[in-house]
Design a protein around this ligand. Sequence first.
Ligand code: HAM
Length: 418
Amino acid sequence: MLQAVKGTRDLLPGTCRKFRHVEQTASQISSLYGFDEIETPILEPAALFLRSLGDTSDIVSKEMYRFTDAGGDDLVLRPEGTAGVARALISEGLAQDLPLKLFYRGPMFRRERPQKGRYRQFYQCGVELLGVDSPAADLEVIACGYHMLQELGLSQNLTLRLNSIGDADSRAQFREALKAYFQAHRDELSQESQDRLERNPLRILDSKDPRDRKLLEQAPRLADSLTPAALEFFKQVQDGLKALKIPVVIDPLLVRGLDYYCHTVFEFTTENLGAQNAVLAGGRYDGLVSDLGGPRVPGVGWAFGTDRLVLLLDELQRDWKSSASFALIPIGERAEQELPSLAQDLRRAGLRVDLSFSGNVGKRMKRADKVGALAAVIFGDNELNADRFQIKALKTGTQSEVPRAQIITELQRLITSP
Ligand code: HAM
């Protein structure tokens, strides 16, 4: 039997509804902050990610779906959205209209080991604010992310972790200090971190291996390498968050796995999803657009994993409200004939109507229950002759008789007070 590809899944209607709810909330809240939607292609040239994410990042070194197509082009199924937005800014000439505030959503692909909350095809929503180099922009995107998580009812269950990885000078200095320290303790490092030591020592800070964690306790601190300008920038972000009453934990070990970051990096994490604890993450990337061959346009943004937010909402057993629907239940031939025009009237009035197309009254009532209908409109010859239809509220079981002309008003009333 053919199965979905490992690490991919079918989002069945119930799950899809939850995904759309989360995406719509993100789109709605980000629009309050002035973000407009952009959609970039899923297929991008491989060079885009090689130049932006860094050769030593996990994504580029082992997780990209990269292939040569029949025309010989070196392509990648995008592993993330920021690089594509930066590419679009350059190729569409958007640098004329700065600052730009862009929101996006869609599937991303990483060939990681699948587990709960980690998929090979997953979905992100993200925002990117381009063209502003002051901490006010960092504040704006973090405030937007926090507002959105609040709107989803999740802010109590998440911790905002924040760090500064400084400017290029700060990082170069820190990289050397870190290298010297770990070289002296090389044999005590995990195998993976020994490899990282050569390629990208900063990534050792990300390690979850207990041997590395122990060594990290005494390791040089990134904060000690920050230049005065970088420290001032970081302070302004923190002061801004304080003024907005957004709780934050400074995490000196947070470095993030992508090369394009500088200054502010942050993650909203949860205790409820096991190892996959980051639900929304981002930071500042002032060098990305110019590294890709464009003008010097600073940027800051974040993306969240829609799959993870949906899992988290499920884990916390949040209710998923779907809009009310109604069942129409005809009894006999005349009623069957009347059914399409009654359904049409109700739908044109904006009411959601489910039809079961066949079966007796009992069977159709069962289906009405199964789809969670708020009420059933039941009618046969008697009702048609008297022009009065039966409306049964399914939650309470109360039945009333309503003239046909008042059915819409009565169903609308049931939505507000069932
Ligand atoms: P990222 O940390 O690689 O950042 O991904 C952001 C979020 O996507 C993660 O926190 C997680 O919720 C979700 N995610 C990542 N990989 C998977 C996976 N395999 N399965 C399920 N969910 C996953 C970025 O992608 C940056 N582009 C964020 C950004 C935007 N930075 C600046 N602007």
